[in-house]
Write a protein that binds this ligand. Structure first.
Ligand SMILES: [Zn+2]
Length: 372
């Protein structure tokens, strides 16, 4: 195993070199919700090396199965792990006579952060450069300067001469992302658009690699889900297809270690302090306890966060499928979620994948998740 070893505040760490390249490839591949085919190809290629079976369902979710030692012997349970591969993006809604594109959001954007971004417009022949802009500051009226613009107040400029030229390259319904790309930061941190939730699907696929040469008791379904950002849709269909007894979702969670973040309401979550184990009504108490036990036994640093309602993650959709799925949620601490500069700690990623893999190996066919 190759060692990749920047020194961090938290000690030297190693990330498998091919796993790190896979993470970067995920982050550099566009995956707007509903337009995930490209990234799912990458997932299938990775999972093909480690899973017993890889298939894509009609909705676009990629299911990767690692068979358990007890597979096919009577009534054994199934574990489903989900990370969503889609990212927030924009969609072309209107092309004006001068060739400027008007867009609508796919998922939740902060307009104040989007303005002035370099964009990639995913037209029929691949990516075209564009910028999201409005008038220069000198030309804004006072009223315009003091209000947050709406999507109808800003446009994407791809440099087209007119509508005809724009239409020769892009079509209504094409997607637009901020310019994709990964940057290392000091102390083992990394920055990229779309960390939400490519680090989650990476964690699930890295856990598949980690258990691939082990012998789990039960069948484990590692799923790259689609359309999370527009309503947890892929987790719903894939969980309905699998009908697991127990499941874990992996998604980013807000780090509260930046200025102005309210720890009294959001709890205390630090980048680099390990995966976040969630507690609350969306989560099965036995699954939560198992995760905490596994983390302690395996010496994996971890943090706790309470969520007093259904979480805004795949765990929420999966919990209410069939007779109910015993759910847990692993959160990867993330700063500046839904911005072009989402920051995570690589060490947290590695610890999240280790926790997930150890959880997989801890489950016995006779384990019951019925709360008591
Ligand atoms: Zn999100």
């Amino acid at each position: 195993m190759a060692i990749h070893g920047p020194v961090t505040l938290y000690g030297t760490f190693k990330m498998n070199e091919s796993s790190l390249s896979f993470l970067k490839a995920l982050l550099e591949t566009p995956s707007p919700s509903g337009y995930e085919a490209k990234i799912q190809r990458l997932i299938r290629e990775w999972a093909g090396k480690f899973a017993d079976d890889v298939r894509t369902d009609r909705h676009g979710n990629v299911h990767c199965v690692k068979k358990g030692a007890k597979s096919g012997q009577g009534e054994t349970q199934k574990l489903m792990l989900a990370g969503h591969c889609d990212q927030i993006a924009l969609m072309i809604q209107h092309i004006d006579e001068n060739g400027f594109l008007y867009v609508q959001p796919i998922g939740g954007w902060d307009m104040q952060i989007l303005l002035g971004q370099h964009l990639s417009v995913w037209g029929r022949n691949g990516a075209i450069n564009g910028v999201l802009s409005r008038k220069a500051t000198h030309l804004l009226t006072n009223e315009e300067r003091n209000k947050v613009p709406q999507f109808s107040d800003v446009w994407v400029d791809i440099g087209a001469r007119d509508k005809k030229e724009a239409e020769s390259m892009v079509t209504i319904g094409d997607t637009v992302t901020v310019r994709l790309g990964y940057s290392d930061m000091i102390n083992g941190l990394a920055c990229s658009p779309g960390m939400d939730d490519k680090v989650g699907v990476w964690t699930v696929m890295e856990a598949l690699r980690l258990v691939s040469d082990k012998s789990p008791w039960i069948d484990i379904h590692f799923v790259s889900t689609v359309q999370e950002e527009i309503g947890l849709r892929g987790a719903t269909t894939s969980a309905q297809g699998i009908l697991p007894q127990v499941g874990l979702a992996v998604d980013v969670t807000h780090a509260t270690d930046t200025p102005g973040t309210d720890r009294k309401n959001l709890g205390e979550v630090k980048l680099g302090a390990g995966p976040v184990i969630h507690r609350g009504p969306n989560f099965n108490p036995k699954v939560v306890d198992r995760m905490i036990d596994v983390a302690r036994l395996s010496d994996i640093p971890h943090q706790l966060r309470g969520v007093p309602k259904g979480s805004g993650t795949d765990a929420n959709a999966m919990q209410t499928v069939g007779e109910g799925v015993a759910m847990g949620l692993i959160g990867v601490p993330n700063r500046y979620m839904h911005s072009p500069v989402e920051v995570v700690s690589l060490k947290d990623l590695e610890n999240s994948a280790n926790l997930l893999a150890e959880f997989c190996l801890s489950i016995k066919p006779e384990d019951s998740w019925i709360p008591e």
